[in-house]
Design a protein around this ligand. Sequence first.
Ligand code: ACO
Length: 469
Amino acid sequence: MKTMWPENVGILAIDVIFPSQYVDQTELEIFDGVSAGKYTIGLGQDKMGFCSDREDINSLCLTVVNRLLERNHIKPTSIGRLEVGTETIIDKSKSVKSVLMQLFAQHGVTDLEGIDTTNACYGGTAALFNSINWIESSSWDGRLAIAVCADIAVYAKGNARPTGGAGAIAMLVGPNAPLVFDRGLRATYMQHCYDFYKPDLSSEYPVVDGKLSIQCYMKALDNCYQLYRKKFEQKFPDFPKVGLDALDGIVFHSPFCKLVQKSLARLGLNDFLLTSEEKRSIKYPGLEKFNNVKLEDTYMDRDVERAFMQAFNTVFEAKTKNSLLIANQVGNMYTPSVYSCLISLLINTDEKQLLGKRIALFSYGSGLASSMYSIHITKDCELLQKLLDQLKYVKPLLESRIKSSPEEFSELMEIREKNNHSAPYEPSGSIDVLFGGTYYLKNVDEVHRRTYERVPISNQQLTNGCQSS
Ligand code: ACO
């Protein structure tokens, strides 16, 4: 029987939002009393977005889904699946998806599959995979899917705090897309470990073993990449290139930008070790002394790390660096992080350079769940241009944010901390600082029911690129 799969399933449209307020990482270094350069050079972070108590996971998702629908003129009746990936849990039973139903039920749409998925920063990828799987399944009814990923990434005072951030991304998924998922090219690695987890349900903060989380991330990357390479070679046996050479762009989950640069170098190390010894000296001159290293012995090896970062710096510059704009300016968004990197790559690359190219994505969620997969970009200029035109607002919106002092940031963190799960509760965070069109928390009543309102879209914010169409 002929398979009636829809063709070219992928991302038709994508929208990102981030907090309107940020703290400067240089100022945070001084405030935290750490050595100058630790956050900016050591971690590679310039700014960190944060939310006051006016925003929560529901409001972020309402804002981003509403924006996606409005800006792309999508009729709610054309959506048949809505998935949410998040690790920002404010209710142990009621899903964020059910809150988002407010945007659909008012248009008579209640036949809408999908629910929330959680595993640290990986939930968004699971939501996206579920959406693609639905469209390629016998359950598909011809409508489109939306995968949402959103989080508020906050850490207790201490060395992890500068690796926070927040944001939300909504992706419209369907056939004939400009960003197409390569079929049969998903490589997954999952394990049990306690590198980062949130066992205290009364707190927004994770318990985190930072060094272990980085080792787990790298080990997951090694495993996913080797499997991805294997599947790639099986799928395209006649393709002349393998490994990094076969990819035009590589984007990663970005807890902090320096880790991404190290990750690209790590893929270089994998390629090096998977190349026969005689070819190595030609392809990778100067790295011979690492011929006998074993991947599993190198997680803490600074010599290897330094040598491969240097050797693969031009590859990093060419294939990954452009993906780090939002990650550097906003910080770790958790589930949306890897997709913010995809958006950054798209908006920082000339359209002609994108047509027909293949981009690999690495998604990592502590605990742990990880996948590497790839998308290929359409060769159809018009189709791609439509997607890129809708992303023109991102850079002006980043520029239009308001800088807060580390003192203000710290005070707002304390307010969030003190009032987490309080009921009844009236948030005190300013509404005036929010971007036009943002949903915000109006109040929480005595039985914990949350009410949201929306900031009007003012002319000022329209010129800042936040318009709704
Ligand atoms: N100038 C330049 N670089 C500096 C300076 C300075 N003055 N001071 C320190 N550095 C460098 C360090 O050498 C180090 O770089 P290196 O690892 O390349 O050598 C880097 O800055 C960070 O310094 P550390 O001392 O290693 O930082 P610390 O241990 O205090 O915290 C950490 C870093 C572990 C990442 C912490 O922020 C954390 O726990 N974050 C949350 C966990 C995390 O993000 N894990 C990643 C995967 S899981 C996830 O996504 C949540």
